[in-house]
Design a protein around this ligand. Structure first.
Ligand SMILES: Nc1nc2c(c(=O)[nH]1)N[C@H]1C(S)=C(S)[C@@H](COP(=O)(O)OP(=O)(O)OC[C@H]3O[C@@H](n4cnc5c(N)ncnc54)[C@H](O)[C@@H]3O)O[C@H]1N2
Ligand code: MOO
Length: 404
């Protein structure tokens, strides 16, 4: 078992043991938002399918119209009308024009367009007050070329990408099956909200934090309830589940004799690492137990959430095969000091706001791992390297919390 890893070493150890899920599901477009595309997708059609018009007006031969001016308009004979979806069947010849509407294919023979506001209609004729130009012709394939790949395996399906898949002709999309993530909280003292709180008890916050974080990261949260500080209870709850891709536990990973998650995986599994040089989240544990990866998150609510963001979310992204980074980093101006830890990298909770053309980071106050309200009040972590405190006015690196 490796111990006291840096955050980078811990992340690498997790990712090198995690393979993307190969199973795909085929979903209708409207159900695919937020999912991860499972294959590269090539356009089934070109868009525009053929050269078409970008404006309402008259299509004609540019050469006929070069001398047109408001006081010396050029007259053309209108030989047809073509709305979008109804191409003109004939051919435009010299001295002729076809009235077209936005999205109509450019009539054969025509090479330019004049907008309707630059014309005057008179019966079967139209007066052009300006020369026609090709500027309002949209070229075939300027958006999509048939056969070319525009969406890639691992792309998160944003509204723009689902719309593009629709434009490319796909009614359904192959998406990666969501990772099934079992979530187990541990601790004799942990009580469900709604129950009376016994002396020394604490309401289960972590189970809900992790359910939300897993769903937001693209996983399927599977709550496994709570195990008491008892090996048998823990084992039973972790085995009475359907198939899972990952086990997340909260609590029971530090030094105490009741730290049963750690004891169980030490006895019955393979511990890949325990303890990372970060704060909060120092006691983080990663193991394989009964063939399943198990990420043992520390019980303090802030520690559980921060370690999920830094390690659990990248693990889920790897299972999904996602292309985008699991979290962003940006620079911000510290508005308050951010304390360092002497030997570990600290992740301080902060309120990040955009003002005066830059991000500014303000500490949420007490940085104790028990202060869960710092996660509700704050919207980012400020990274403080070991032994290097940040003063107000310095530039810091911030990791915004993912939306959702
Ligand atoms: N002697 C040492 N003690 C501790 C160390 C250490 O290095 N040496 N590390 C401390 C750190 S740092 C952390 S973080 C915690 C992590 O401990 P565990 O993961 O074993 O967690 P527990 O002891 O079970 O619980 C810690 C804390 O969190 C509360 N908790 C637990 N589950 C929930 C839940 N579902 N919802 C809300 N709150 C929860 C629990 O009541 C405890 O207060 O260990 C330190 N100790
Ligand atoms: O690291 Mo513990 O995670 O400080 O509370």
């Amino acid at each position: 078992m490796r111990q006291n890893l840096s955050a980078e070493e811990a992340l690498e150890a997790i990712l090198e043991r995690t393979r993307p899920i190969a199973e795909l599901e085929h979903l209708p477009l409207a159900s695919a938002f937020g999912r991860t595309l499972g294959v590269d997708l090539a356009a089934k059609v070109s868009h525009p399918q053929t050269d078409d018009t970008a404006a309402d007006g008259y299509a004609c031969l540019q050469a006929d119209t070069l001398s047109a001016q408001p006081d010396r308009p050029v007259r053309l004979r209108v030989v047809g009308v073509s709305p979008a979806g109804r191409p003109f069947a004939g051919r435009v010849g010299p001295g002729e024009a076809v009235q077209v509407f936005t999205g109509a294919p450019v009539p054969p023979g025509a090479d330019a367009l004049v907008r309707v506001e630059d014309t005057r209609r008179e019966g079967d004729f139209v007066w052009l007050l300006k020369p026609a130009t090709p500027a309002d012709i949209r070229r075939q394939g300027v958006d999509l070329m048939e056969g070319r790949t525009y969406l890639f395996k691992g792309d998160r399906l944003t509204p723009g990408r689902v719309a593009l898949a629709a434009a490319m002709g796909y009614p359904t999309l192959p998406v990666v099956r969501r990772p099934r993530v079992g979530i187990l909280v541990t601790g004799d003292e942990v009580v469900e909200p709604g129950q009376p709180l016994p002396h020394g008890g604490v309401y289960n916050a972590n189970g809900y934090a992790l359910t939300g974080l897993v769903a937001e990261a693209g996983g399927e949260p599977i709550p496994l309830g709570k195990a008491n500080d008892d090996l048998e209870d823990l084992r039973t709850r972790l085995t009475q589940t359907g198939p899972l891709d990952l086990l997340l536990t909260s609590g029971g990973v530090s030094m105490g004799e009741y730290d049963i998650v750690r004891r169980m995986v030490e006895q019955e599994g393979e511990v890949h690492f325990w303890r990372v040089r970060i704060q909060p989240g120092g006691p983080l544990l990663f193991a394989t137990w009964q063939g399943l990866p198990l990420l043992g998150l520390p019980g303090n609510p802030v520690s559980a959430m921060v370690t999920f963001l830094l390690f659990g979310r990248p693990l889920l992204f790897r299972l999904l095969g996602r292309n985008d980074p699991p979290y962003q980093r940006l620079e911000a101006l510290a508005e308050t000091p951010f304390e360092a830890h002497p030997t570990r990298r600290a992740y301080r909770r902060a309120v990040l706001r955009w003002e005066g053309g830059q991000y500014r980071a303000l500490s949420t106050g007490s940085q104790s791992s028990v202060v869960l309200h710092s996660m509700a009040l704050g919207n980012a972590l400020v990274v403080v390297e070991a032994g290097v405190p940040k003063s107000a006015g310095e530039v810091v690196t911030a990791i915004p919390f993912p939306e959702g």
